[in-house]
Design a protein around this ligand. Structure first.
Ligand code: CAA
Length: 277
C-alpha cells in the first residue's frame, strides 16, 4: 500500500512517520522543498531515537519521499490531508486530488472540527472521501477516529479503517457529526478548565496539578492546550459552537486573547507556559 500525506506540519509529519514505521511507501507533500526536507529530518530523528531506545529494530527512511507537487500523489492508495484547518483550502486541495489521483484512491482528511461531508462536497466522487482523525502527538496517541461522511462508500471507509490498524492505531468508527467523538467531549471540557482559572482563581500550575492528580489526566489541561495550540483549540471551539450552539463550546475570551496575541503554546514557545526552543 502506498500512502500520501499532504501537509507535513505537526500532524502530517506524525502521520507520515507512522506510515514509514509501518513499512509503507510514503509520499509527503509540502509547499516548499525546504519544509519537506525539514519534516523528513524530524521524522528521521524521532525514528532514530526509537531505535536507540530499543522500541523498534530498524526503519527505512528511504520509504519517505517528499515533493511539492500534488501530482506526485497520483498512484497512492490512500491520501491523508493534514493542511490548514480551513474549509476552502481543503476543498481546493480535494478538487486537485480528484483530478490527479486514480479513481480508486481513498481521500482522507485529518480535520479535527470541520465537516468531512462539506469537504467532500467539493468533488464529484464524494464516495471516496472519509475522515481519519489522529490525535496530537500522532505517533504517541493510540487512537484514530474513522469518520463516515454522508456519501462515504463502505469500501473507502473500510480501507481507511484497515490503514489505521496497519499504522498501529486503535481505530474507532463514527459518523460525521461536529467534533466526532473525542473532540465533542474534550473541547467543551477543556473550555470549562480554562473558565475555572478565573472562577476559582486557581493558578495554571495548580489547575494542571488538580486534573493530573485528582482526575488521572496524563497532562494538565493548560499543558494540553499548549501542546495542541491555542489557535487550533480556539478554531475547533468556534467550529463546534457554530454548529451546536452550546455555551460550553464557545472559546473562552482568555484563550481567544492568547491566540490573537500569538501565544500559541509550544509551537511559538509561549502559551500558558514558556518553552525553550
Ligand atoms: N515520535 C516519536 N517519539 C516522540 C515523538 C514523535 N513524534 N514526539 C515525542 N516523542 C518522544 C519524546 O521525545 C520522548 O522521548 P524521550 O524519552 O527519548 O525523550 C517520548 O516520546 C515520550 O515523551 P514524554 O516523556 O513527553 O512522554 P509521556 O509519557 O509524558 O507522554 C503524551 C506524552 C503521550 C503526550 C502524554 O502526556 C499524553 O497522553 N498526553 C495527552 C495528549 C492528548 O490528550 N492529546 C490529544 C490532544 S487533542 C487532539 O489532538 C485532538 C484535536 O483534534 C486537536
Amino acid at each position: 500500500m502506498k500512502v500520501g500525506v499532504v501537509g507535513l506540519g505537526a500532524m502530517g509529519a506524525g502521520i507520515a512517520q507512522l506510515a514509514v514505521e509501518a513499512g509503507l511507501e510514503t509520499v509527503g507533500r509540502e509547499v516548499t522543498a525546504e519544509l519537506g526536507e525539514k519534516a523528513r529530518g524530524r521524522i528521521d530523528g524521532f525514528l532514530k531515537r526509537k531505535v536507540e531506545k530499543g522500541q523498534i529494530e530498524a526503519y527505512d527512511i528511504g520509504l519517505l519521499t517528499t515533493t511539492t507537487e500534488v501530482a506526485d500523489l497520483a498512484d497512492c492508495d490512500v491520501v491523508i490531508e493534514a493542511i490548514v484547518e480551513s474549509l476552502e483550502p481543503k476543498q481546493e486541495l480535494f478538487r486537485e486530488l480528484e483530478r490527479v489521483c486514480r479513481p480508486d484512491t481513498v481521500l482522507a482528511t485529518n480535520t479535527s472540527a470541520l465537516s468531512v461531508t462539506e469537504i467532500a462536497s467539493a468533488i464529484s466522487s464524494a464516495e471516496r472521501v472519509v475522515g481519519m482523525h489522529f490525535f496530537n502527538p500522532a505517533p504517541l496517541m493510540p487512537l484514530v477516529e474513522i469518520v463516515r461522511a454522508e456519501l462515504s462508500s463502505d469500501e473507502a471507509f473500510e480501507t481507511a479503517y484497515a490503514l489505521g490498524e496497519k499504522l498501529g492505531k486503535h481505530p474507532i468508527r463514527c459518523h460525521d457529526t461536529p467534533g466526532f467523538v473525542v473532540n465533542r467531549v474534550l473541547i467543551p471540557l477543556l473550555n470549562d478548565c480554562v473558565r475555572v482559572l478565573d472562577e476559582a482563581r486557581v493558578s495554571v500550575e495548580d489547575l494542571d496539578a488538580g486534573m493530573k492528580h485528582g482526575a488521572g489526566w496524563p497532562m494538565g489541561p493548560c499543558e494540553l492546550i499548549d501542546l495542541v495550540g491555542t489557535d487550533v483549540h480556539v478554531h475547533a471551539s468556534e467550529a463546534l459552537w457554530a454548529k451546536l450552539r452550546e455555551p460550553r463550546m464557545a472559546a473562552p475570551p482568555r484563550l481567544v486573547a492568547m491566540a490573537n496575541a500569538g501565544l500559541l503554546g509550544r509551537k511559538t514557545g509561549r502559551g500558558f507556559y514558556t518553552y525553550e526552543s
